[in-house]
Write a protein that binds this ligand. Structure first.
Ligand code: G3P
Ligand code: CA
Length: 390
């Protein structure tokens, strides 16, 4: 199972608006064994990325319309130090930059977290220049009809949208920013953390119960942020791949936090998920955001010929040929450590669902909700909500 490449309170509506501590509106529910007893949060992953190009105001608005409790902007920095929403520094796959001849000469190679990439990089563009580009849908099998229409938003514009759309919908919309490649940005002289804190401060988002959660795949920038803010912090937990037997592949680039790689620390993401690792995370974070196979792994069946069995007989080996295994102890251990758990990424397409779910994304959501996850990063927030609220 290959990772999708990086390059590439409840009660009344009024009470929900007033609720500073953002929880999914609807009241606590015994159906869901979450850390707090609240319903799990629906987090619009990169907006409503199953429907519209990632990280656009239009995509975030759609996520809110579809019922997301939080919207999720990934943050990178422009040449002039502005935080904008993109999934990665390299914008080749998510914008129409290649169609802009005036920027042709900016195509170059760059090292991102120890690996060389070629393309156009946000740190080579001013905000004004970036604003001339338009977003495109990076997944070839998703709707391409919106390509070239929507601009790249700044983080401040995302916060303003969450506020105005929340007022319109009469509910609080949380924002879940991710600091993308913190070490990479620090090396460019474009540190993300203080820029992010300044904007949050300006918007009054400074408290533990403010409707904002900051996430990072690195560890040291979260530790720094802990000394500077009370807002909730989440340690993301990545992996490089899932092996045929359901175990995790901790190879680089995604098997270890890059700041730990740089520091010569041998701990991979698996080490962070042991009870001792979780206790360490609890010292600086409020929750974890693990790749979902850390909670419920899936495995391939290996045939007599030593090759994976093509369960659905379509000639290809993908998620549909994997079967769901018993849950690991990660969720229970995290809850015991006092950490909430928000796994990623839930994608509704049949080819991205294990065979047990029979092409029904709601079946996957329900399995994770029954386990006790506290929220889900969802490409199709409407499906996550429907599975939760059924
Ligand atoms: O931040 C949670 C999830 O978004 C991590 O996956 O690849 O979308 O950054 P990715
Ligand atoms: Ca197959």
């Amino acid at each position: 199972m290959k990772r999708f490449p990086r390059a590439l309170a409840r009660a009344s509506a009024l009470a929900c608006v007033a609720a500073a501590a953002l929880v999914a509106c609807g009241g606590s529910d015994d159906k869901y064994p979450t850390l707090t007893g609240d319903k799990p949060l629906v987090i619009g992953h990169r907006g409503a990325s199953g429907y519209l190009p990632d990280h656009t105001l239009e995509g975030y608005k759609k996520a809110i319309e579809l019922g997301a409790d939080f919207i999720e902007p990934d943050l990178v920095a422009t040449k002039d130090g502005v935080l904008v929403a993109r999934h990665e520094p390299n914008i080749s796959a998510t914008t129409n930059v290649k169609d802009h001849p005036e920027f042709a000469s900016r195509k170059r190679k760059a090292m991102v977290d120890g690996f060389e990439e070629e393309g156009w990089f946000v740190s080579d563009f001013t905000l004004a220049e970036l604003k001339t580009l338009r977003a495109i849908q990076p997944m070839a099998d998703r709707d391409q009809s919106h390509n070239g229409q929507y601009a790249i938003p700044t983080f401040e514009e995302v916060l303003a949208l969450a506020k105005s759309e929340g007022e319109r919908a009469k509910r609080t919309i949380g924002v879940y920013p991710e600091t993308k490649h913190p070490t990479y940005h620090a090396n460019l002289g474009l540190k993300l953390e203080d820029r992010l804190l300044d904007i949050l401060q300006k918007n009054g988002l400074t408290k533990k119960d403010s409707p904002v959660i900051i996430q990072s795949f690195e560890t040291s920038n979260l530790k720094y942020l802990r000394t500077k803010t009370q807002v909730r912090l989440v340690q993301l937990i990545d992996g490089n791949d899932v092996n045929a037997d359901g175990s995790m592949d901790f190879s680089l680039p995604w098997g270890q936090a890059y700041d730990l790689t740089v520091a010569g620390d041998s701990r991979n993401y698996g080490a962070l998920l042991t009870p001792a690792g979780l206790a360490d995370i609890k010292k600086y974070a409020d929750g974890i955001g693990p790749w979902k196979p850390y909670l419920i792994p899936t495995r391939l069946t290996i045939g007599a010929d030593g090759k994976p069995v093509d369960l659905n007989k379509d000639g290809a080996i993908d998620e549909r040929d994997r079967t769901v295994m018993a849950p690991t102890a990660v969720l229970d251990n995290a809850h015991k450590a006092g950490l909430f758990v928000h796994p990623y990424t839930f994608r509704s397409e049949a080819k991205r669902l294990a065979s047990d779910y029979k092409g029904d994304p709601k079946a996957e959501y329900k399995r994770f909700y029954e386990l006790g996850v506290d929220g889900v990063f969802a490409d199709y927030p409407d499906h996550a909500k429907a599975a939760r609220d059924d």
